[in-house]
Design a protein around this ligand. Structure first.
Ligand code: BES
Ligand code: MN
Ligand code: MN
Length: 462
């Protein structure tokens, strides 16, 4: 496929401009203020799939945001690749930390991306990575090299738990029938060293509320005599880890899949430089569970983190007050064999049990999903590795990621097929953070690599 390289070179400005247009629409699924923008983005994705050469595209209504479904079936006897991606994005705040507005994409050079990167919310997660697949399809259709059938399923609620997608998948098993699921919504080690994500962590996300007195009180008149919900919440949260940074919830580790020393030694071979890691984050040291190194702590080990905490007075100056309520949002990242619903129950039971007299506690489960691991001896994995080897000049390394795409485990359960995670982002691309970006190199390399996956997948399937 020498032609894909020249096709990309010839059309790269248009590829970049089309992505920029998509990035201008603020499709923030978490915030109802943007609901029309989310819907408009689904329309834009639909049009892009039609233009790229799908024979049939539809916007499927769901109880939540729509799912864009598209397909090009060239021969029912050939294999079918199902591409999944998401067109929704994370909220952009804190706005003031962006060096350019999140929905006014610009190309800037960085140390890691000397050829430039597109800065915008969603550039990497996941509009840029999803759109690589649309452009790869365009190439295969234009050059008459599409070797099999393809289906697209692009959703608008990934960043808020994919509720409607579960609903959709359960109702459309026949329509979504496929031989392999292909997703670009993860990362790789570096632009010199590609990797294939072989594992994702599960997730349990909860919100807690601690209530003390029935109204905010004068902290002089009442301070010391009643439970302060913020003090209590801080103490309860602190108690969820012990001195070794193990999680203290009884039963939390019961089903955790422990890796053998051989597997851990294998993981340790992936290139990683702790000094650079610390430097990139301006840290004087790393932190985490005793007995595990950084790359294990963020992938094969479960975690518990407060994502947000609030209550009381946070405005300018001082206000002497004991708040009536305090709140926190807590995520637990889970590893294979931990069941997210069971973990949510264990958390709830434990958190209620450690509440001291003088407060009442509520736990509200948000969403969650199971973790995922995929074998490296499947046809899909081999095809992906052959594709990377060809475009990067070196084979890809299998890596278990710390992130979550909860829907992947559901795909396996409902559609009975394996998912291949061909990610082209870098950890430094700042997904979910201010100044998210996606390297032009990565974007174009993705468009180049994807058609090769199709080619090798079909060859190996014969
Ligand atoms: N694309 C990410 C997940 C990801 C990123 C996995 C990088 C591996 C490497 C996805 O959009 C995401 O942010 N998922 C959420 C979970 C979701 C239920 C909100 C996450 O991991 O926090
Ligand atoms: Mn994503
Ligand atoms: Mn995300």
């Amino acid at each position: 496929m020498e032609n894909i390289k020249s096709y990309v070179q010839q059309h790269k400005d248009r590829f970049i401009n089309e992505l920029i247009e998509l990035l201008k629409i603020p499709s923030v699924s978490a915030d109802a203020a943007y609901s029309q923008d989310v819907i408009n983005t689904s329309e834009a994705v639909k049009i892009s799939l039609e233009k790229a050469g799908c024979d049939f595209v539809e916007i499927c209504d769901t109880p939540g945001y729509p799912i864009v479904y598209g397909e090009k079936i060239i021969d029912p006897s050939l294999p079918t690749v199902l591409v999944y991606g998401h067109y929704d994005v994370q909220p952009a705040d804190p706005m003031e930390l962006w060096t350019s507005p999140p929905f006014e994409p610009v190309i800037k050079k960085t140390d890691i991306h000397p050829e430039g990167a597109i800065f915008a919310r969603g550039a990497c997660d996941d509009k840029g990575q999803m759109y690589m697949h649309v452009k790869a399809l365009e190439y295969m259709v234009q050059s008459n090299t599409l070797p099999c059938n393809v289906k697209f399923m692009i959703e608008g609620e990934e960043e808020v738990g994919s509720k409607s997608l579960s609903w959709f998948v359960e109702r459309n098993q026949e329509k979504l029938k496929n031989d392999v699921i292909l997703i670009s919504d993860t990362g790789m080690i570096s632009n010199q060293q590609p990797s294939i994500t072989t594992g994702l962590r599960g997730l349990s996300y909860v919100e807690v509320e601690v209530t003390g007195p029935n109204r905010d009180l004068h902290s002089g008149l009442y301070g010391g005599a009643v439970a302060n919900p913020i003090n209590v919440l801080a103490k309860m949260i602190a108690s969820l880890h012990d001195e070794d940074n193990h999680i203290t919830i009884p039963g939390f580790y019961d089903n955790v899949q422990e890796l053998s020393l051989e597997e851990r030694a294998e993981m340790a071979k992936a290139p990683f430089n702790l000094e650079n890691y610390k430097k990139a984050l301006d840290l004087n040291d790393v932190y985490g569970e005793k007995g595990y190194v950084t790359n294990e702590r963020n992938s094969i080990r479960p975690t518990l983190d407060v994502n947000g905490i609030w209550g009381g007075y946070t405005g300018e100056g001082a206000k002497t007050v004991i708040a009536s309520k305090a709140f926190a949002k807590i995520s637990m990242r889970l590893v294979p064999n931990q069941d997210w619903e069971q973990i949510t129950e264990l958390f709830t039971k434990h958190f209620m049990s450690i509440a001291p007299a003088g407060v009442t506690v509520k736990v509200k489960p948000h969403h969650g999903g199971q973790g995922y691991v995929t074998p490296i001896d499947s046809i899909g994995y081999k095809a992906a590795n052959m594709a990377y080897t060809e475009t990067f000049g070196v084979p890809a390394i299998p890596v278990r990621s710390g992130g979550s795409i909860p829907i992947v485990a559901l795909f396996e359960k409902e559609l009975k097929s394996k998912t291949i995670l061909m990610g082209f982002g870098l950890d430094s691309d700042a997904i979910h953070s201010p100044n998210e970006h996606f390297g032009i190199f990565n974007y174009l390399k993705g468009i180049e690599t994807i058609p090769l996956f199709y080619k090798y997948f079909v060859e190996l399937s014969k």
